[in-house]
Design a protein around this ligand. Structure first.
Ligand code: FAD
Length: 382
């Protein structure tokens, strides 16, 4: 399908594919096995400026937006979704700064983010607050010209590896979630440490860690936007970032389909390549069709966001729900086409299936996002 990408979009896609094939492919099984964060690959991404693909040019980035972030994520995910999410979450951790940060905050952090000198993360989830973001308990209490942060954040991607964290905390416990505010916390701030490192089903090369805040002081200038705007900012942030998870799912599914086609052409049973059996050929045909439909939805949503469309929450949720469900189906079918060897770690499709599952869970589970879509349908007049 021709998506009429501009020169920058073609270039970031090409560079991401080169890194994926030359640097990630040879080590992806080892990274998965060792559950090791891909530091060298993040350095490769920094050296080619891809970590700044979504950062405005005036702060040293390539000046792209949501679509450029999606294109890079998709290409990385075609080879390894664990590396892709480490990349995509760097955008998640930067978007509030880009959208709501003061000029001083942008000047201080964005050039380092664009150059890959600072990796970022975003933290809202807590043990008792997953889908129910309104139940967060972490507090940021005003004190001596700044905030004292106390509480724990759970399941934070890039946790421990990132240098800069955007966190959501309550500035007034009594007002609860209406006082939620976004704050920047640098890695080595006293009172900020890292807890449990999660052992995961998939995306094992990515870091998922608990953040612990014990009387962690940050100055007032670390507040992004205004106090009390944290929940609305989080909703807007996820609306903007969810196509990135859709892109992760599309890339993953594409990688699984390519592997399945390749194998089905080579594997001979009953005297012919298994691709010649209609049952196998039709599975591949459905994969190709579903993937293209998911890609079209992800790109169209990303283009709407970059083009300045005001309300895109429903489309953003649709792109993530649709693409992630497709990725799950495609990766399961890819194992089926490989037969017994598909179940073995010698081939990449079992990893792809393990990696695909998370795309239906994070940045809003698909159940919660279907709620978002159906609520919007109730509000809209046709
Ligand atoms: C690997 C990984 C990385 C993550 N990275 C980050 C990160 O970087 N930053 C961050 O802040 N968070 C992160 N998360 C957290 C993630 O976004 C949450 O896990 C997710 O939103 C779901 O919350 P939960 O796990 O508490 O599930 P729960 O909310 O407890 O949901 C349990 C089940 O109930 C269903 N459910 C809940 N509410 C409803 C409802 N209203 N209607 C219908 N069904 C419902 C859910 O769909 C699910 O099936 C990460 C999680 C994982 C696993």
């Amino acid at each position: 399908m021709e998506y009429f990408l501009n020169d920058l979009q073609k270039e970031v896609k090409r560079m991401a594919r080169t890194i994926a094939e030359e640097k990630i492919l040879p080590v992806r099984a080892a990274l998965d096995e060792k559950e090791e964060f891909p530091r060298d690959i993040m350095k490769n991404l920094a050296d080619t400026d891809l970590l700044g693909a979504f950062v405005p040019e005036e702060y040293g980035g390539l000046g792209g937006g949501c679509l450029e972030m999606c294109l890079v994520t998709e290409e990385l995910s075609r080879v390894c979704a664990g590396v892709a999410v480490s990349y995509a979450v760097n955008a998640l951790g930067s978007f509030l700064l880009i959208d709501y940060g003061s000029e001083q905050q942008k000047q201080k952090y964005l050039p380092d983010i664009a150059r890959g000198r600072k990796l970022t993360a975003f933290a809202v989830t807590e043990e008792s607050a997953g889908s129910d973001v309104g139940a967060i308990k972490t507090t940021a209490t005003r004190k001596n010209g700044g905030y004292l942060i106390n509480g724990n954040k759970q399941f934070i991607t890039n946790g421990g590896e990132a240098d800069l964290y955007t966190i959501i905390a309550l500035t007034d416990k009594g007002r609860g979630i209406r006082s939620a505010s976004a704050l920047l916390v640098e890695k080595d701030t006293p009172g900020f440490s890292f807890g449990r490192e999660e052992k995961k089903l998939g995306i094992r090369t990515s870091a998922t860690r608990e953040l612990v805040f014990e009387d962690c002081f940050v100055p007032e200038e670390n507040l992004i936007g205004r106090e009390g705007a944290g929940l609305a900012m989080t909703v807007n942030l996820f609306n903007r970032s969810r196509p990135g998870i859709g892109a992760q799912a599309v890339g993953l599914a594409q990688g699984a389909m390519e592997a399945a086609v390749d194998y089905a052409k080579k594997r001979v049973q009953f005297g012919q390549p298994v691709i010649a059996f209609q049952a196998v050929g039709h599975m591949l045909a459905s994969m190709a069709t579903d993937i293209e439909a998911a890609r079209a939805l992800v790109y169209a949503t990303a283009r709407s966001i970059d083009g300045g469309v005001k309300h895109f929450g429903m489309e953003s949720a649709m792109s993530k729900v649709f693409a992630s469900d497709i990725a799950m189906k495609v990766t399961i079918d890819a194992i089926q086409i490989f037969g017994g060897v598909g179940y073995m770690r010698d081939y990449p499709v079992e990893k792809m299936m393990r990696d695909a599952k998370i795309t239906q869970i994070y940045e809003g589970t698909n159940q919660v996002l279907r709620n978002v879509i159906s609520l919007e349908l109730r509000k809209r007049s046709f």
